[in-house]
Design a binder for this molecule. Structure first.
Ligand SMILES: [Zn+2]
Ligand SMILES: [Zn+2]
Length: 349
């Protein structure tokens, strides 16, 4: 089968490898689509800063390089391993890719995504989504109902990241929000806020192309560079400031402008990786009694919440999702690195 095999920094090859055999409790999935994530770019261009140590066997899975990439994927069950009874051949599913130790302080306290040995299919385990087939535990499948197709299924994972960020914000219905960044996670945050009944939402995004895409979806957008973000926030909230802000951009100004946009008691959610430290004055938090909270990954039940919202037709992929074939993965990664705005789904042959 064809797989995108990661050998090391800027070395990803389409290779022919043996098809996996599902072990006890596993299924063999024929992958249909796999999304390219920002974290895949981090792994490809700077594995040393991607939060993963590829020099040593992974502490949870024992995996070393080379390995198949891809953790945002959906496909169809083609074979059942021993003892699998709750899934059948032909079922279509999105795959919950994260692997947790189940024992550390994060796992013991209901924060599996913050597991100290966190692993993931397609990043630190055998098998991933950039491949014709993968063997996964049946418990990692989240079945797709009729009406949610497999390309939408590959978007469940990034949309669940955004869904979890909105849960972390604890935003009440009818409140106001600012999202910095209109990449896939920013867009997903906008949809997840809508699902919660939060309609007073402003997106700040410096790229004209991305602004055009989100405003076509119906979002209010502002250019934080040449526009006046504080004035736009004041106009949205009658001068009060937003209840919650999201840094889905991973840039210093996204963080500082998000904090500055909050009303007293407001909350900033960090849902982006930052490559560099930034400077800010903590007094800002004190004077406004504001909070900053991190958000990483998602809970399994948030996968189901996203799938249910997809079945209700909440997610419109117009303009921000593109499909290319698996062979073109390296070109697609290069294009994303140079700032192409869309979510790219790899179509698996
Ligand atoms: Zn991802
Ligand atoms: Zn753990």
């Amino acid at each position: 089968m064809k797989s995108a095999m990661f050998h090391g920094k800027e070395d990803l090859r389409i290779e022919d490898v043996a098809e996996p055999t599902p072990g006890p409790g596993q299924v063999k999935l024929r992958n249909a689509f796999n999304g390219i994530c920002g974290s895949d770019l981090h792994i490809y261009y700077s594995p040393e800063t991607a939060g993963l140590d590829f020099e040593h066997p992974h502490p949870l899975t024992g995996t070393t390089l080379p390995q198949i990439l891809g953790h945002e994927f959906a496909g169809t069950v083609v074979e059942l391993g021993e003892g699998v009874t709750d899934v059948k051949v032909g079922d279509r599913a999105a795959v919950y890719p994260m692997l947790h130790c189940g024992e550390c302080v994060a796992c013991r306290n209901g924060r599996p995504a913050a597991c100290r040995k966190l692993g993931s299919l397609g990043a630190s385990a055998d098998g991933g989504g950039m491949s014709e087939y993968v063997a996964v535990d049946a418990g990692q499948l989240h079945l797709l109902p009729a009406g949610v197709d497999l390309s939408m299924g590959a978007l469940v994972e990034p949309m669940a990241v955004a869904w979890h960020a909105v849960a972390q914000s604890r935003v009440p219905q009818g409140a106001s929000a600012l999202i910095a960044g209109a990449g896939p996670i920013g867009i997903g945050t906008w949809f997840a806020l809508k699902a919660r009944g939060v309609d007073q939402v402003l997106i700040s995004e410096p790229s004209a192309e991305r602004r055009e895409i989100v405003s076509a979806l119906g979002a209010s957008v502002v250019d934080p560079v040449s526009g006046d973000l504080p004035a736009a926030v004041a106009e949205l909230t009658a001068g009060d400031g937003v209840h919650v802000a999201f840094d889905a951009a991973g840039a210093g100004p996204a963080f500082t402008s998000g904090l500055a946009a909050l009303r007293p008691g407001g909350r900033l959610v960090m849902v982006a990786l930052h490559e560099r430290p930034i400077e800010f004055l903590p007094t800002q938090l004190m004077m406004g009694e504001t909070e900053i909270v991190g958000s990483v990954g998602y809970q399994p039940e948030e996968f189901d919440a996203v799938i249910a919202a997809m079945a209700r037709g909440l997610y419109d992929t117009t303009g921000w999702v593109q499909e290319v074939s698996l062979d073109k993965v390296v070109d697609a990664i290069h294009a994303l690195r140079t700032g192409a705005g869309a979510k790219i789904l790899l179509r698996v042959p």
